[in-house]
Design a protein around this ligand. Structure first.
Ligand SMILES: Cc1cc2nc3c(=O)[nH]c(=O)nc-3n(C[C@H](O)[C@H](O)[C@H](O)COP(=O)(O)O)c2cc1C
Length: 235
């Protein structure tokens, strides 16, 4: 039995093994590898994204509907939300050509809201494509060869791991929180906007964005997080 979702280092692996898994699937961690076919723009964005920006959404559905993934918040997501999360067929720029996928002698034109990820074999408006990433994105801060990622994932029991990931050790809870969720300024820009936009209108529209549900008390983040808060055991 393999655990998946939010696991990107030895600490997460040890944690799920302690819970009874035989191993873990790392998704986002390997996206930021030399071998991944993701476009460099996509890989670089992964390195700066915070978990709270990995929104769970039904927005990208051309080619595969009813399968909401997590994507890093981009201008397309913002634009759709500002428009009130209109349903498929009524979204801003619907059907607009945004690029071309090329490979093995074929050329596939892509339109806005396609599910195609920004890969190195795609040309066009890459920022309009879905930047898939899980909540583990906060833990991914360098692009490495896949073998280095495996080598850097220590296999030892959970109890032998310090409370914080290596890059967060010796930092205050506030600094750890900033590292995972952004600076207070970034957070208030994000969450302030969420409060303005996400009134009952947004909820009534049924738009699937846990993070966008207004909640001053939990400051937004905890809606998307299934792990302990960043300042406790997680980091
Ligand atoms: C680039 C990318 C593509 C993905 N494609 C799929 C997919 O086609 N089907 C699916 O079920 N999950 C897909 N996922 C989600 C992974 O299953 C998910 O990332 C996995 O549960 C691991 O979580 P993690 O990214 O936090 O490690 C994708 C994730 C990424 C980052």
């Amino acid at each position: 039995m393999l655990a998946a979702g939010g696991i990107a280092d030895g600490r997460g692996l040890a944690a799920v093994i302690a819970l009874g898994a035989d191993g873990a699937v790392f998704g986002t961690r390997f996206l930021a590898s030399h071998e991944a076919a993701a476009h460099p723009i996509f890989k670089r964005r992964v390195l700066t994204a915070h978990a709270a920006e990995a929104v769970h959404t039904t927005l990208f559905d051309v080619g595969w509907s009813q399968a909401p993934p997590r994507v890093i918040r981009t201008k397309v997501v913002d634009e759709w939300e500002l428009a009130g999360c209109p349903e498929s067929g009524k979204r801003p720029g619907e059907g607009r050509p945004i690029g071309t996928m090329r490979g093995r002698g074929i050329e596939v034109p892509l339109v806005k809201y396609t599910v195609a990820a920004p890969a190195e074999y795609i040309e066009g408006d890459l920022e309009s494509l879905p930047f898939y990433a899980g909540e583990s994105v906060s833990l991914v801060r360098e692009i490495l060869p896949a073998r280095e990622i495996v080598k850097k994932t220590p296999k030892k029991p959970a109890a032998q791991f310090p409370i914080a990931s290596p890059h967060l050790q010796n930092k205050s809870p506030d600094a750890r929180s900033r590292e995972c969720w952004g600076s207070p300024r970034e957070r208030s820009a994000r969450e302030g906007r969420a409060e303005v936009e996400s009134s009952s209108r947004l909820q009534a529209s049924g738009c699937w964005h846990p993070f966008r549900v207004p909640d001053r008390g939990t400051r937004g983040c905890q809606w998307t997080v299934r792990w302990p808060a960043p300042s406790s055991e997680f980091h």
